[in-house]
Write a protein that binds this ligand. Structure first.
Ligand code: KG4
Ligand code: ZN
Length: 348
């Protein structure tokens, strides 16, 4: 049986991510070179700095990903790279490196939508389940997908490969953005998502989480997180005193609870209404334990939940390779593959 190997590259934001995936599901290697330390002192990603670092790391990252897979460029059948959405200066580095590589090797090239990449992370076999026979089942369609990342919150019905119906999304902040802003309000280290989760987990058993509102946006599958963020802001200013650790943990737990509750409740409602055969939870915020647990608990037993291990929820090259594999009919000549698209949306 011939194996189809895809080299996947993502430089949409601040991580240089390269992976090799076999037959769309089997991760041969996946490398994420984090720039977190570089941006931490600024409390957010500095685009110029990110782009310059990608330039330094992309070539060694590709070499290492191939080495760790035990493969050479001769074994690669397709190069896939993120075309958008993302930061222009960052996208350009991975996208053009991928194109040049494909051009030089005479390989087809797949420009991948980063959001579709997140969706296809649900197809990847978790490394600790690799080798199982039969392999874990791939998601069945129609699939209800919740994408929750730093830049996006989208509730989507995937009816076929490449066919999406948008059911709702955020009207203001993305879920990850809300985590990051709340992290900053609470004085927690960047990035906010993992820090807020850690603080919430530190709340002692039996101690009460802060009570925070839920924006249900009834009658729609839309979300809103700006009111919640403002409520957190008010709590941080309540006493006029600096917050002590117990209070920070209580607010973090209350915030996380509110986000998890709204995300999970609306996702389950949409899955029922549209007769989905399963649910996929994708994007950086899908790494959050409370969000995962709440969704798992609310979902009826007959609906399988596909949620990648945390390392495959946040940006990675394997999801881009998987998307490239499943959408490979749309691969193009690297010479004709055009420009990056920083504002690309999901094709609905
Ligand atoms: O998908 P991703 O890696 O990049 C984008 O495409 O945006 O998502 C990054 C976002 C950030 O906002 C980060 O704070 C959030 O995902 N995040 C988390 C967790 N890990 C990452 N949010 C909540 N809990 C986490 N454990
Ligand atoms: Zn992402």
């Amino acid at each position: 049986m011939t194996i189809f190997n895809v080299l996947g590259i993502d430089t949409s934001c601040d991580d240089t991510a390269v992976a090799v995936v076999a037959d769309g599901r089997h991760i041969r290697s996946s490398l994420v070179l984090s720039q977190q330390a570089l941006h931490a002192e600024h409390g957010g990603v500095v685009p110029e700095v990110a782009s310059r670092r990608h330039l330094e790391t992309i070539r060694p990252a590709v070499t290492r990903a191939l080495d760790e897979a035990g493969l050479t460029l001769d074994d690669i059948d397709l190069v896939a790279a993120t075309v958008g959405p993302g930061l222009a200066g960052s996208l350009m580095v991975g996208y053009n490196f991928g194109r040049a590589l494909a051009l030089g090797r005479g390989l087809p090239f797949a420009p991948v939508n980063h959001l579709e990449g997140h969706i296809y992370s649900a197809w990847l076999i978790p490394p600790d389940r690799e080798g199982e026979d039969p392999p874990p089942p791939a998601p069945a369609l129609p699939l209800l997908v919740l994408i929750v990342s730093g830049g996006h919150t989208e509730l989507v019905l995937m009816t076929d490969h490449g066919a999406y119906q948008r059911l709702g999304g955020t009207r203001d902040d993305a879920a990850g953005e809300a985590f990051d802003k709340v992290g900053r309000l609470l004085g927690l280290p960047y990035p906010g998502g993992p820090s807020v989760q850690r603080a919430a987990a530190a709340l002692p058993e039996g101690a009460e989480a802060a009570t925070l509102p839920r924006a249900w946006m009834r009658g729609s599958y839309d979300f809103s997180f700006s009111g919640l963020k403002t409520a957190v802001l008010h709590l941080t200013r309540d006493t006029g005193e600096p917050l002590d650790e117990a209070r920070i943990d209580a607010i973090a737990a209350g915030f996380q609870d509110s986000v998890a509750d709204v995300l999970a409740t609306k996702t389950v409602a949409a899955a029922r209404e549209y007769g989905a055969r399963g649910v996929a939870l994708c994007g950086g915020v899908a790494a959050n334990g409370a969000v995962r647990e709440r969704l798992r608990r609310l979902l009826p037993a007959e609906l399988p939940l596909h949620v990648p291990p945390p390392a495959l929820c946040t940006d990675n090259g394997a999801m881009i390779a998987a998307a490239g594999y499943y959408r490979r009919v749309e691969a193009v000549s690297p010479a004709a593959s055009g420009l990056i698209q920083p504002n690309l949306a999901l094709p609905v």
